[in-house]
Write a protein that binds this ligand. Sequence first.
Ligand SMILES: Nc1ncnc2c1ncn2[C@@H]1O[C@H](COP(=O)(O)OP(=O)(O)OP(=O)(O)O)[C@@H](O)[C@H]1O
Length: 225
Amino acid sequence: MKLVLESKNINKHFKKPVPFHVLKAISFQIKNGEFVSIMGKSGSGKSTLLYILSTMDTDYEGELYFNQQLITGKSNEELSRIRNKNIGFVFQFHYLLSEFSVLENVMLPAKKLAEKSVQEIEHDAMQKLKMLHIEQLATKKASRISGGEKQRVAIARALINNPTILMGDEPTGNLDSHNSENVFHIFKELKEEKGLSLLIVTHDHDFAKRTDRIIEMEDGRIISP
Ligand SMILES: Nc1ncnc2c1ncn2[C@@H]1O[C@H](COP(=O)(O)OP(=O)(O)OP(=O)(O)O)[C@@H](O)[C@H]1O
């Protein structure tokens, strides 16, 4: 099966305030359509790793492959384009623009990519909202919707450019159990119906044990497959 993501011997050092070897020889693969979670104690390096995998941090040693293409060493412009087109990202906090409508928030990454007309982007954004059963929120200001709804809008925004992989840094960390369960089901549906690959950092065992595979980290190393 095709690999969507592969890391080969990734190491990262922080130089300040004191030299610190934060990621140690990280090698693993994510297959197309796999739903993988990353777990580990606080400080084990999960977020640091995710920022490298999502191409936002380029200060590391080792090699990163995306859709079987080496992307380590590419320019910031190239990486920004690869990221925008292929990687959706959901954070613990939604980072929606509170004064913009839900629809406008979802449209933003597609406008940045600038490959489609505004009408097409609006149509696509409505489709994503429908898929997540929140089309009735389209014209509401982002500041006027609930926490669970905001996270669904953030997922719709992450999906607007039809990425091959969705990455999340504790996307259910700020939600109650009902809304966490909703988000889990959305992710599962995206995998099963759209063939999306997912890589999600979580502290929630109940969430992680229902994914295809758990990558467990300890002190900057992977200690499980
Ligand atoms: N910019 C930085 N400079 C120096 N050290 C850092 C920096 N960012 C993170 N660290 C340290 O690197 C280690 C790993 O941090 P990271 O945020 O990746 O852990 P984590 O596993 O995601 O933790 P959590 O579960 O609490 O979010 C921690 O010891 C942290 O203090």
